[in-house]
Design a protein around this ligand. Structure first.
Ligand code: HXC
Length: 259
């Protein structure tokens, strides 16, 4: 499919890479971009060959937030009844394969929220995260006030949401917002390495792991542990479990069939 605001490619026949591509607006997230992003994500999710997806931007900006001029004139009725700003933001949450955010430069407002919707974030050392919506007279609208405190705790989340200050990559790693920080020129190599590792595993086990970790944020401990146990048990119905354990026992590398 031809896209105008994103670029899409496949690496090593098994990793889908989506690059946000509105450089003149620092990848500001307008309606067209979010629609195209959703389409590309769904296409990779449905593609049997793809085992992991990377979402990235440019060296200067992952995304500097929702497109401010595009939403500046909206009324409450436009925003609420038409759902014009947020209507296509939920697609990422429905993707079942792992999605890694590879973040360089600014990840602000909706850009930070988009990165947090991914399964984990690998950051370049020039990355800057923030929820500056307060400066515009609004608040985060795509999960920032909910996912940020879950990631970094209340103190830093309040600090960022109320002052609008940015957090650099080192602080983001200390605060557990990102899983790794690497030099800018190694960002894609690192993300691709992680994605290839994941894509080499059973897609079914990957989906189950993702579903189960996400469940930790939706349930109490006992319910979450029971959910995990049921998924764990169910994986013994897969050929990939037989293959993985047989490969270990026979000291060979596993070849998963995603069955
Ligand atoms: C539209 C944007 C933009 C945005 C930057 N640009 N951010 N356009 N929406 N969010 C545009 C600028 O207007 C400018 O275009 C060009 O990108 C380069 O930006 P500069 O400001 O000149 O660059 P710089 O001085 O390096 O500053 C970078 C920056 C700053 C710190 C990231 O641009 C900035 O503060 N941007 C806004 C960040 C923000 O408030 N984000 C939250 C948005 S609200 P021209 O044409 O002038 O060259 C939000 C709500 C989420 O995200 C709701 C989710 C549903």
């Amino acid at each position: 499919m031809a896209y105008e605001t994103i670029e899409v490619r496949v690496e090593a026949e098994k990793v889908g890479v989506i690059t946000l591509n509105r450089p003149k607006a620092l990848n500001a997230l307008n309606d067209q971009l979010m629609t195209e992003l959703g389409q590309a994500l769904k296409a990779f999710d449905a593609d049997e060959a793809i085992g992991c997806i990377i979402l990235t931007g440019s060296e200067k900006a992952f995304a500097a937030g929702a497109d401010i001029p595009a939403m500046a004139k909206y009324s409450f009725v436009d925003a609420y009844k038409g759902d014009y700003i947020t209507r296509n933001w939920e697609t990422l949450r429905s993707i079942r394969k792992p999605v890694i955010a590879a973040v360089a430069g600014y990840a602000l407002g909706g850009g930070c929220e988009l990165a947090m919707m991914c399964d984990f974030i690998i950051a370049a050392d020039n990355a800057k995260f923030g929820q500056p919506e307060i400066k515009l007279g609004v608040i985060p609208g795509a999960g920032g006030t909910q996912r940020l405190p879950r990631a970094v705790g209340k103190a830093k989340a309040m600090d960022m949401a109320l002052t609008g200050r940015m957090m650099d990559a080192q602080e983001a790693e200390r605060a557990s917002l990102v899983s790794r920080v690497v030099p800018l020129d190694r960002l894609m190599e690192e993300a691709l390495g992680a994605a290839l590792t994941i894509a080499g595993y059973s897609q079914i086990a990957n989906m189950a792991a993702k579903e189960s970790v996400n469940r930790a944020f939706e349930s109490g401990l006992s319910d979450g542990v029971m959910f995990e146990r049921r998924l764990f048990h169910s994986l013994f119905a897969t050929q990939d479990q037989k293959e993985g354990m047989d490969a270990f026992v026979n000291k060979r590398s596993a070849q998963f069939s995603n069955q």
